[in-house]
Design a protein around this ligand. Structure first.
Ligand SMILES: [Zn+2]
Length: 166
């Protein structure tokens, strides 16, 4: 089991709440979390559904932007940004506390970003890229497609979840 806070591989983890986010924590990280109480109608991942919705809306907006700026390229955050950040941080041998301190950010913010429950804003992305020497943005070519509307309609929440799980 991988601890979602420090990334250590431990025999067992426990689901805990950290600043509103459910994380599986190793024994040494449990002190940072509150007891996790599953809601009665727990569908498994209410938080990530909200995030998926948020990202879908971003994609919608991206599609709409295409109509206006047809033929230009837009820059978007990569799909697995959390994983990239976590790996780069661990490569530097920093735990969440050290990393948060080194870039003057709240640890809770970083926890959410690494678990992809929060999308960092442009300023924070730039900071993370610089601190970890990584690339979190990708250039999305909009091509000359003026009627991007048809394409965005085929992207439903259902198939988006499928894509995320692959
Ligand atoms: Zn841990």
């Amino acid at each position: 089991m991988i601890c979602e806070m420090c990334g250590k591989d431990v025999p067992s983890t426990r689901a805990m709440m950290v600043e509103g986010t459910k994380l599986n924590l190793c024994p040494s990280c449990m002190k940072f979390g509150d007891e996790y109480k599953a809601p009665r109608d727990d569908t498994g991942a209410p938080t990530s559904n909200a995030v998926i919705q948020q990202r879908l809306e971003r994609r919608e907006r991206r599609m709409q932007t295409k109509d206006i700026y047809a033929g230009t390229a837009s820059v978007e955050i990569v799909d697995n940004y959390g994983e990239i950040i976590r790996k780069a941080r661990m490569k530097k041998g920093m735990d969440m506390d050290e990393f948060a301190k080194s870039i003057s950010e709240k640890k809770g913010t970083l926890v959410k970003i690494e678990s992809q429950n929060l999308i960092p804003d442009d300023k924070l992305v730039a900071k993370l890229e610089k601190a970890l020497n990584i690339k979190l943005k990708e250039t999305v070519q909009s091509g000359g497609q003026v009627s991007g509307g048809a394409k965005s309609q085929t992207m439903t929440l259902g198939n988006f979840i499928k894509v995320e799980k692959e």
